[in-house]
Design a protein around this ligand. Structure first.
Ligand code: HEM
Length: 404
């Protein structure tokens, strides 16, 4: 058996801007030097698909380390620091299960399917406004879709969208581990918290037991029956807004990034909604939107490597689907490929994405309508990249196209 600290490991510069541009080959190189582990300035990185699955299955030996994130950012005592320590992803054990049980009924595949007409209406309205332009930044366009759907799901008025959107854009960088962002993150969390508190006040003023018209009613009912506190309710609302915004926008933008080079696949998306789900799965396999971390709470020995309690492990959900042990020709984009090893873009374990069915339906419906209204998209300028740790993706994707 070897101690993890004694291993000669390849180094992944995950925190560097150049790394975010094309992380896949960096991981491929790292796997040549060690089968499943790399080092980084932020902790160890698990680089092998099966190792990610095996380690995440040891759920009782690890926890989410938001206290470390807050310390690294020097943000103890700030509004953002408080929120980082109190949202559902920061919870563990019984309290985490309590919040998950409250949310679960609103996040089933059946509920997600019921939202299809609403999602179609939102994307169609957006396309009415944006498609005639013939050229735009696709990332900016895509950012309006998930926030508008979420606001409708919780009954937030459209006037709230601009300030929420700007703040969620900032909060998407919460786990990018960049201390220079602390002030902006703090301001952003205050804006979203104020909006959440106002929404709760307004709804509580008219709510009566038995009202269950939307997601906010369900959460208010849980609070009224003693299932959670007012602070937890507001934090859940903030978290849902954050969790569904950046991730969904980034995946939709990554889809378009792939589609501009694949006119046949794209044209098929306009005809075939089911094919849109395959394009979504393949995009999330080849580049998902997140890389998150866990702190070991007890000693773990895996593949003959001893990792002491306190070891920080990063799980790169965004690129792990490109491990050649998990997919044949891992770098080729093939929506029809065999999915024996499904992508893990929604993570694994107790915190696995609760919104995944909503996200899947929303993105497939969105892509279907976009492909019908925005034809022959071409790249019309260089795109940038968001920081790799945390929520990753494209920053600015200029395209031109023929409006249909
Ligand atoms: C393509 C879009 C999305 C992606 C890629 C995504 C990805 C993820 C990932 C990777 C996690 C787990 C993070 C970790 O374990 O460290 C997560 C958790 C979560 N996501 Fe999503 N997400 C998406 C959309 C959504 C949407 C639309 C919602 C809500 C409407 C949502 C709500 C949540 C919640 C509540 C959690 C925390 C679950 C828990 O702690 O038990 N997500 N998501």
């Amino acid at each position: 058996m070897q101690e993890i600290s004694q291993l000669e490991l390849p180094h992944l510069a995950m925190e560097e801007a150049w790394f975010a541009k094309d992380p896949g080959p960096q991981f491929a190189e790292a796997r040549k030097e060690h089968a499943w582990l790399a080092s980084s300035s932020l902790g160890y990185v698990v680089t092998n698909y099966q190792a990610v699955r095996d380690l995440m299955a040891m759920k009782d030996a690890m926890r989410t380390p938001f206290d470390h994130t807050v310390d690294l950012m020097g943000a103890r005592g700030t509004a953002w620091g408080r929120f980082q320590l109190s949202h559902i992803l920061a919870y563990s054990g019984r309290d985490h299960q309590r919040l998950r049980d409250i949310l679960a009924p609103a996040f089933t595949p059946r509920r997600a399917n019921q939202h299809r007409p609403l999602m179609r209406e939102v994307i169609s309205d957006l396309l009415d406004e944006w498609a005639p332009k013939g050229a735009f930044d696709f990332e900016e366009f895509a950012s309006h879709f998930p926030i508008t759907v979420m606001c409708k799901l919780i009954g937030a008025p459209p006037e709230m969208i601009p300030s929420l959107r700007a703040s969620l854009e900032t909060l998407g960088l919460s786990v990018s581990m960049d201390p220079s962002l602390t002030t902006a993150l703090d301001e952003a969390v205050r804006v979203v918290d104020d909006a959440a508190q106002a929404l709760i006040d307004e709804r509580e003023a008219v709510w009566k037991p038995g009202d269950e018209n939307d997601l906010l009613d369900l959460l208010i009912e849980a609070k009224a029956s003693g299932g959670m506190t007012r602070r937890e309710l507001a934090d859940l609302l903030i978290f849902l807004l954050v969790a569904g915004y950046d991730t969904s926008k980034n995946i939709l933008t990554l889809i378009m990034y792939e589609m501009v080079d694949r006119p046949e696949d794209y044209a098929r998306c306009a005809e075939d909604l089911e094919f849109c789900s395959k394009v979504l799965d393949e995009t999330m396999r080849i580049h998902g939107a997140t890389t998150t971390n866990r702190l070991l709470t007890e000693d773990v020995t895996y593949r003959d490597v001893h990792m002491p309690a306190g070891t920080m492990l990063w799980f790169p959900w965004s690129v792990i689907g490109r491990d050649p042990a998990a997919a044949e020709n891992p770098d080729s984009f093939d929506p029809g490929r065999d999915r024996t090893n499904p992508h893990v873009g929604f993570a694994l374990g107790p915190h696995m994405c609760l919104g995944q069915f909503i996200a899947r339906v929303q993105l497939a419906e969105g892509l279907h309508q976009i492909a019908r209204r925005i034809t022959r998209p071409r790249s019309s300028g260089p795109q940038g990249w968001r920081p790799f740790p945390g929520v990753w993706g494209i920053r600015g994707l200029p395209i031109e196209f023929e409006p249909a």
